[in-house]
Design a protein around this ligand. Sequence first.
Ligand code: NAD
Length: 506
Amino acid sequence: MDQRFDVTERFAQGAQYIAGRLRTGGSERIHAVVDPATGEQVYTYRLAGPADVDDAVAAAEAAFPEWAGATPGERSDAMHRFAAALGERAEELAYAESLQCGKPIKLTTEFDVPGTIDNTAFFAGAARHLEGKAAAEYSGDHTSYIRREPIGVVGSIAPWNYPLQMAAWKVLPAIAAGNTVVLKPAELTPLTSLMFAQAATEAGIPDGVVNIVTGTGLEAGEQLVGHPGVAMTSFTGSTAVGKRVAELATATIKRLHLELGGKAPFVVFDDADVEAAAHGAVAGALINTGQDCTAATRAYVQRPLYDAFVAAVADLMASVRLGDPFDPHTDLGPLISHTQRDRVAGFVERARGYATVVTGGEAPGGDLAMGAYYRPTLITGAAQDSEIVQSEIFGPVLVVLPFDSDDEGLALANDTPYGLAASAWSRDVYRTHRATREIKAGCVWINDHIPIISEMPHGGFKKSGYGKDMSAYSFEEYTQVKHVMFDNTAEVRKDWHRTVFGDRQI
Ligand code: NAD
């Protein structure tokens, strides 16, 4: 890793990116970006105030006519250059993402950054494939066709768990379709969103097409959601904040896309490969230190495999290496902050009153004591309606429950308010097909859990929200469909006029 850079020097001009340049925020409040692995401050900046949001929206409005009017080919070319620009700074992006989030460098190098570059390349191609229905004479007297048009300025709000990928998911389909964007990343993690926007400018995407305001939810987020110049709000974050955002967006009748929380079930039928399922559960539960909206959080294991599964998961969890995120052998980094670590620990401490903590359930000491680390934690014996089974914990915690019949396993899988993702494990094609039909979630994996791919949509059912990120399906969110109808008769008096005045013409 030779791409470390001085963050304070790189972002000396500030952490707001408006109309193609960095500047200082106008809020009274200062925020410190903290390395969660050490607790040390790595960058201090002035947050965005409402006036910054206003300026960013104005820049996006000014950029809209030209960008929306560019040909799909022109937008595509610019986005291909954007993907190349991100590729050139891949190592710096991985460094900054690991620094601000505490993610193991192997995760940022092999997942966050290449995933973002691939997404950019995908949308560069997809920009040329926006489609409407074929034109036809549906009434007999008219020719109808569909125009798929951008919406305008999109105000996007993102969480801290995958800052770079969330910036990509929010920005790419929006700009590929001809919109312009103001993105508010989480104030804890501004760095890679800023670098992402800088790469867009470097690639020749016009100033004002991608703007970043880094402020708090209350000061900058609410200003963005309520802004009359913003035509659409795209939000990724918790269900509680999503509800507030929906209320605010409704006041100005904005189009709304919500990607909210998750509590993914992991259903293991009794014919599954138990070793494969245990490996999948540990990887699925611990990715990004469990701070993943699709993480495996509730494993339901059919009774004959239950003991073997619990023992295998406990063994594997004990082998996971916590450590310095920049050590290439580190498997598990810290949580995003000490506050988040304490929140996760609170869930586990309360669970001790009604369930068994099989392994983990504590913060490590020694060299890691200053960081926001928490050991991989396995919990059994919890009731289905308990907090640890029902609530999103967003930490390295897996709960395992047994079930008897297939009906019961699938019913338990559906028994939370969330519906973002799920997996089912079995070697029986009929069982797995049934699981894919009956589990209410936006994604169901079979014999795996977590992989995502640019070509396929990501989005929730139930309280996990609505709308899709990634894939061509995301264009449904970021475009509006216009029906254009031409009269073909050239008659002064059209046949249908009789329904308003006069009689049918003979
Ligand atoms: P959060 O809801 O606290 O914050 C998300 C964003 O909203 C942040 O940028 C925050 O500043 C902003 N915000 C907070 N209050 C606001 C307000 N009143 N108005 C406008 N904006 C406001 O979420 P978080 O803690 O940053 O992230 C974790 C959550 O995100 C989890 O619930 C996780 O499941 C969810 N998430 C969902 C997906 C998905 O695709 N469905 C992906 C990643 C994360």
